[in-house]
Design a binder for this molecule. Structure first.
Ligand SMILES: Nc1ncnc2c1ncn2[C@@H]1O[C@H](COP(=O)(O)OP(=O)(O)OP(=O)(O)O)[C@@H](O)[C@H]1O
Ligand SMILES: [Mg+2]
Length: 363
């Protein structure tokens, strides 16, 4: 549906060239929801703006729904209003001087040839009821909550039945509780409308809960692409592992290579563990240990692998406790049920629920 190939976008910043997007390629299947995830400045918005036609790239090809809308070498650059897209901006860009109805109707009113008023009314009421806003169509736009503004922005983006909806940080200006609620609502809405969606976010929870596939970006490039579970379980490097959840890391060296892509790794403090790793003996590696895959135990676990550690701090967080443990010079965070509360300074065992991944470390 959306096909982006070798997209490049450079900016001229007071004579210096800043690379915003550097050779980005990805495809989105029809009806899928795709996320560009990455830290601030990695090129997410720039990629989205290039797809929208709001920013002219410096190279590459963009194809939407079978039509090439940008091709650097062929000199094709289709203007925004001729691309089959709807955009939800980070600020929502709801016009304050209009009612909810008129905000949503706007893209239809500027459409040529003109639509009949009755058709505009039908289509606007249709999308307003889709987003649960049918009864407040006449309300002036400034009198809307954050969540309602978000729904209006989405309604406006889909009113022309675009092939593709682009959303830039669609939830970032909502407070934490509303964001949680709207995340689920947005996922439902996108599925119900059946539209193909590309959204950008720096929030991994948002990306994992909304998207079928995620591209993790860094410095203008895609470093890894895949289904949320796939990249969570098999991060290509430490950056991806850390970005997709507050992973613990601990350094070690491969002792022995085992069968099936596994290896015995010796940690800096002398303890050993079996990990998923294709690294050769002697290679320095970094282990990724997810807090939710560790359990605290007073005694050495039998059956599963364990590491001896010392409790540094225990923080009660309502539904769970967060325990920071020390193992040599590494700190490992463990999440436990609220009734588990070891003393700071106590010796504990960390039981590993599965074999951690050990990634090559460049020294
Ligand atoms: N109009 C511009 N002129 C010059 N440099 C720009 C321009 N727009 C973006 N950049 C630069 O391109 C890079 C990517 O910016 P972009 O806005 O795409 O990042 P982002 O991933 O959306 O970040 P954020 O999460 O902060 O929104 C940054 O280094 C940024 O400073
Ligand atoms: Mg941005």
């Amino acid at each position: 549906m959306l096909n982006v190939k070798g997209l490049k976008c450079a900016f001229n910043n007071a004579g210096a060239t800043v690379v915003g997007v550097d050779d980005v390629s990805f495809n989105i299947e029809k009806g899928a929801c795709y996320a560009l995830l990455g830290p601030s400045g990695c090129g997410k918005t720039t990629t989205l703006r290039c797809v929208a036609g709001l920013q002219e790239p410096s190279g590459g090809v963009i194809e939407i729904d079978g039509r090439v809308v940008y091709d650097a070498t062929a000199g094709i650059c289709v203007p925004t209003h001729e691309r089959p897209i709807g955009v939800v901006f980070q600020s929502y860009a709801i016009w304050p001087h209009m009612t909810v109805f008129e905000n949503v109707a706007y893209p239809l009113r500027v459409q040529r040839p003109r639509l009949r008023e009755s058709e505009i009314r039908d289509r606007v009421m249709n999308v307003l009821s889709l987003v649960g806003m049918k009864d407040i169509g006449e309300r002036p736009a400034p009198r809307l909550s954050g969540g309602q503004q978000q729904r209006v922005a989405l309604a406006r983006a889909i009113v022309r039945n675009p092939a593709l909806v682009l959303l830039d940080e669609p939830l970032s200006n909502l407070d934490a509780v509303l964001r949680d609620h709207m995340r689920k609502e947005l996922a439902e809405l996108i599925a119900r409308v059946g539209v193909t969606a590309l959204f950008v976010t720096h929030d991994q929870i948002e990306a994992m809960s909304l998207a079928h596939r995620i591209a993790v970006m860094k410095d203008g490039r895609i470093v890894q692409e895949g289904a949320p579970r796939e990249i969570y379980a098999h991060p290509r490097d430490i950056f991806v592992a850390q970005f997709l959840g507050a992973a613990n890391t601990i350094d070690g060296v491969v002792d022995t290579a085992l069968a099936d892509g596994r290896a015995r790794v010796r940690l800096n403090d002398g303890q050993s563990l079996t990990c998923r790793s294709a690294a050769q003996p002697g290679s320095p590696v970094t282990l990724v240990l997810r807090p939710e895959r560790l359990r605290l135990s007073a005694s050495r676990p039998d059956g599963s692998a364990g590491l001896a550690a010392q409790v540094r701090s225990v923080t009660f967080l309502g539904g769970f406790v967060e325990c920071v443990t020390e193992l040599g010079d590494a700190r490992l965070r463990v999440i436990g049920p609220p009734d588990v509360s070891p003393e700071a300074g106590a010796g504990v065992w960390l039981c590993l629920l599965d074999e951690p991944i050990a990634l090559p470390r460049r020294e």
